[in-house]
Unconditional design. Structure first.
Length: 195
């Protein structure tokens, strides 16, 4: 399901490569996120700080070859399936609050898996609820979740296990994050956490 925005001009976003089909754009986006995941995994260290600047750089690295808005907060309002995301004009404040209230409180070292799962779930849910980018929000959130897991010494999360039934629960868990209720998102992250 694609986003709806006041300026929607069909299904395809204009892109720097002049790609004309969903398939071509999808492949280019996939390749960009794959390269970004490799790049940021190689740079990951105990000193890595997950903050707004880092999240913007993930998005920019993944999509700079394709979109001029890569790494920038969106300037259009978006909704999906009738669910409106944070209003574009409030994104700077929303992201600042996200950093102050959540990102700045992340531990540098996790002694308990449960604490890591809770923090990944909170960050993941909040980032998806805010939806700061014009495109690539879910992939940026998944990339960040994987990097948080790897920094703590675990493998990537098993997002590939998410089928249609699980995806519906996932959407509900994101919507619950709007009320600061992370219970369902914690359950979801637990269900795909590496063994």
């Amino acid at each position: 399901m694609k986003y709806k925005s006041p300026d929607s001009q069909g299904e395809l976003l204009p892109n720097l490569l002049g790609l004309k089909t969903k398939k071509e754009i999808g492949e280019s986006e996939f390749e960009g996120f794959l390269k970004a995941e490799i790049y940021f995994t190689e740079k990951l260290s105990a000193k890595t700080k997950f903050n707004v600047k880092y999240i913007l750089s993930l998005h920019k690295e993944a999509l700079k070859h394709l979109y001029p808005f890569a790494g920038k907060l969106r300037n259009v309002n978006l909704s999906k399936g009738g669910f409106p995301f944070a209003a574009a004009k409030f994104l700077p404040e929303s992201m600042s609050a996200f950093e102050k209230e959540i990102l700045s409180k992340l531990k540098n070292i996790y002694n308990k898996k449960e604490d890591l799962v809770r923090d990944i779930a909170t960050v993941h849910g909040e980032l998806l609820f805010i939806h700061p980018f014009r495109e690539g929000n879910g992939r940026t959130a998944r990339l960040l979740a994987n990097l948080m897991s790897r920094k703590a010494g675990y493998e990537s999360l098993k997002f590939e296990k998410v089928g249609k039934k699980e995806f519906e629960k996932y959407v509900v868990s994101v919507q619950n994050c709007a009320e600061k209720d992370y219970t369902k998102m914690i359950e979801f992250i637990n269900s795909i956490f590496p063994d």
